[in-house]
Structures are given as structure tokens and as C-alpha cells.
Ligand binder design. Sequence first.
Ligand code: ASP
Length: 307
Amino acid sequence: MTYALAIHGGAGTILRSKMTPEKEAAYHAGLARALAAGQAVLDEGGAALDAVVAAVCALEDEPLFNAGRGAVYTSDGTQEMDAAVMEGATRRAGAVAGIFGPRNPVKAARAVMERTPHVLLIGEGALSVAREAELPFGDADYFHTDSRWDALQATLAMRAEGRETDDPARRHGTVGAVARDRDGHLAAATSTGGMTAKAPGRVGDTPIIGAGTFADDATCAVSGTGHGEIFTRWTAAAEVAARMRHRGESLEQAASHVVMQDLAPNDGSGGLIAVDAAGRIAMPFNCEGMYRGCVTDGADIRTFIYR
Ligand code: ASP
């Protein structure tokens, strides 16, 4: 049995016209580090769940991506993070929304799954589960990046003029991972700071099981990135699995239908990564780029940004 791992660092990529060779190299290196972290787990016969959490932690620790350290700011200048994990064998899931504190929100989501009878926790309840799990916390300095702060100021200035930013890198981003382990089990994990200048209290698709995150051994594991409100209204991640289950579509067909036919015409810019029970990977997106990469048993790590 072989393993497969795919990750994304968000569909809100820097426009190609604004990309520099140095930045591009830094993004590829960040993606490769996250793939290596997940691959190390799978190589040793570890569980898909452990692999996706390891990969997402590496992406959360990397300030280039909008999750954990480097998360975007709300319109009030605060940071509110959402994350989820789901295990395909049992359909157990855990999620947190609107939290600030745990360095790795994905671990807080996992703690909700493993330490409570609930799926989604917010506020002080979510933070106390993270504290009980002895997860490391960070302060405002830890999470701050000048580039996200500047993006907020630019977005607020444009908004004051009645304009919305046309730069996806300024607007959003997310990180995620999906894996199939050597035992044939699937898992998905997603983590985000959400969208720049979002209203305080706004929750996107990331922690909503079936919208931005989903896993079921019988079909696929999915992690999405893009315009969260649309992913939520179209239940994007669950829809990929539903098309496979009910219509008998392949992973590639189902994933690309959801991204190109459901989301794209409805203002749902973005993409997703998905893996099926056989370890096949799909990574469709309907915008300029999506930071992404994959690795399978015995193959080299591959990372991509644009088409
Ligand atoms: N889906 C995320 C959200 O809406 C943002 C993104 O992936 O770009 O919170």
C-alpha cells in the first residue's frame, strides 16, 4: 500500500506580475518543508491524521502563509483564526473558530476532536481545551507580520474610497493538507486567519466540516481555500465526496466539477486539494494560482504556485 500527501498554502497567491524570484523561492521552500514534515510521518507507517497535522503545523509556523504566525488582520486590527481536522476512518472531526492564542490552531482543533464530545468550539471554551492539552501559546508579537498589517491598512484605505482590493494575496489565503496513509486511511486538516479586514466574529469555511474540510475513507479527503462564504454555501468539500459516492465520479471529475462549475460562476474564487482511497490526488483551482504541492511513496516532493 502506498501513501499520498497533498498540501496547499492558499489560493490567494501573489499576482504573477508582483512575484519576485526571491519570494517565489521562499514559497516553494516553505511548501517543501511542510511536505517533508508530513512525509516523515507517512514514511514510518504513521497515520494520515498525524501527517496532515504535521504538515499544517509547518505551514502555520511559516509567516509567509495566512495561518498561525502570519495570519491576516480583521477590520479591528485583531487576528482571529479558524482550523479543523477530520479523520476519514471514523468521521471524527474537531474544529475551532475565531481564536487567538495557540501557536498551532490545527492542534487546538485536534484537541477538540480528541478531548471533548464536540466538533466545533469557539472563544474561551476552545482556548481552555488548548490549555488543558498543554499547547504552546503565542502573543501578539509572535503572530504579527508587517506585510499582513500593511495589507490591512491598504485594504481599509481602499474600502474608505468605496473600492475592494483586486489583489488576492492581500485578501486571503489558508493552509491545508490531505493524506492517505499506508493503511488506506484518509485525513484532512485546514487552518486560516481568514480574509483580510473581515468583520470581527466572522467565521469562514475552514472550520465548517463539509465546507472547507472533509474526510471519509469511502470517498476522499478535501481541504479548500478561497472565498469562504461561497465554499460554505455550496458545501464544497462534502460535495466532492457526494459526487463520488452518488454519481460514481472519479476524484478528478468530482473535484474539478465543484471548483469550476459550482464555485467559479458563483463568485467562489479559490481551489482545493483532495486525495482518494487509492491515493490519487487532485488540486484544481479557478484563479491565478494556488500554493500547493504533493508527494507520494517513492516519488520526489513537488511544489507549484501557478498553472
Ligand atoms: N477560505 C478562507 C476563509 O474564507 C480564506 C482562504 O482560503 O483564502 O476564511
